[in-house]
Design a protein around this ligand. Structure first.
Ligand SMILES: Nc1ncnc2c1ncn2[C@@H]1O[C@H](COP(=O)(O)OP(=O)(O)OP(=O)(O)O)[C@@H](O)[C@H]1O
Ligand SMILES: [Mg+2]
Length: 349
């Protein structure tokens, strides 16, 4: 089921009359059967967007479509959505089986049918052998899978996940996100996955939407967005270690840094720009500029070098083999890997 947002807006007004535009004129289409990551810093409007799609918040403006149905004013329980939050919110006094079965209570189906559905969902999320335990007897990752089974048991049209992995430790997060991806593929259910973790969003999403102050910055497949960020905000938000950014000049098609050191070429008008270079886009090359190394970190396969170039602090992520034991490291920027952004708007050139 395709989800289409048209000019979706939410304005909160506090007691003093001060307005917050939590979501501002958001128009995006989530393709049917895809998993779309909704990404951005804390307070950028991710949950508010999700809650409007779920029907828990009334939009201040704009429309929400599920396929051809305008659901903007439809009650939450009539939308056919499954919701999973950060805190699994399972009922502690009920068994896992009863928890998953709970949404079926008011439906007109037999106990036998209900049990069959519960067991089907439990198998799907890999907790078939945990059905008679209480939630407190499960690990965090298992509890979150129970929450997903509960969200899916009514066969919703849309699955909405709001930071479902935040309470898990690093390893469980990794495992559970792979599980979510598998479950989403197997069921083919259109899914929106909210997170503030760019790595998590990049690894799980078919495509991602980045928000800042309630405004859409870019929607693209993760790798496309990483290589071709539309603005400085997106460029900085994706990537760890983050992209190097600094002020630079373009003179006769040459990109220069500091007092005129040429680091590459660009076909843009002469002027001053923000320059972005990802740490992995430097390469060791004897014809390159000499690096004034301020620190080295060996991270297995990679080596991170902190260095200064004309007083600008930069980071390069290099293949450990190419720098091991080297004294005077010389670097170049790989061809085509310089990003230039407008100094006023921050938009890519
Ligand atoms: N019920 C509310 N009343 C007033 N303001 C709200 C309400 N809910 C959210 N806001 C404000 O709207 C903005 C967006 O909040 P939202 O919860 O959507 O952010 P978020 O992207 O989910 O952040 P986080 O990553 O911290 O969960 C914030 O400025 C927040 O303070
Ligand atoms: Mg939130």
């Amino acid at each position: 089921m395709e989800i289409r947002l048209e000019g979706l807006t939410k304005i909160f007004t506090d007691k003093t009359g001060k307005e917050t535009r939590a979501v501002d004129d958001l128009s995006i289409t989530i393709p049917s059967g895809k998993l779309v990551g909704l990404l951005g810093p804390s307070g950028c409007g991710k949950s508010t967007t999700l809650f409007m799609i779920a029907g828990l918040h009334k939009p201040s403006g704009g429309k929400i479509f599920f396929g051809d149905d305008d659901v903007t004013r439809l009650a939450p329980e009539k939308r056919g959505i499954g919701l999973v939050f950060q805190n699994y919110a399972l009922y502690p006094h009920m068994t896992v089986r009863q928890n998953i079965m709970f949404p079926l209570e008011n439906l007109n189906i037999s106990q036998k049918q209900a049990n069959k559905l519960v067991e089907e969902m439990a198998s799907l999320v890999g907790i078939r052998d945990q059905l008679d335990k209480k939630p407190s007897q499960l690990s965090g990752g298992q509890q979150q899978r129970v929450a997903i089974a509960r969200a899916l048991v009514k066969k919703p049209r849309v699955l909405l996940l709001d930071e479902p992995l935040s309470n898990l430790d690093a390893r469980l997060r990794l495992q559970t996100r792979e599980e979510i991806k598998r479950i989403q593929r197997e069921t083919g259910i259109t899914t929106i996955f909210v997170t503030h973790d760019q790595e998590e969003a990049m690894s799980i999403s078919d495509s991602m939407v980045v928000l800042n102050f309630g405004v859409e910055q870019q929607m693209d497949a993760p790798q496309v967005m990483y290589t071709n960020p539309k603005n400085l905000f997106v460029a900085k938000f994706l990537g760890n270690p983050p992209i190097n950014t600094f002020e630079g000049k373009v003179v006769n098609g040459k990109v220069t840094i500091g007092d005129g050191l040429v680091i590459g070429e660009a076909k843009v008008a002469d002027g001053t720009y923000y320059v972005g270079v990802r740490p992995e886009d430097f390469r060791v090359d004897s014809a390159g500029f000499e690096v004034d190394t301020k620190g080295i970190e060996h991270i297995g396969r990679d080596t991170m070098i902190r260095f200064e170039l004309n007083k600008i602090q930069l980071r390069a992520m290099l293949d450990s083999d190419t720098v091991y034991g080297q004294k005077n490291i010389k670097l170049v920027v790989k061809p085509g890997k310089i990003h230039l952004f407008d100094k006023v708007t921050g938009n890519v050139l």
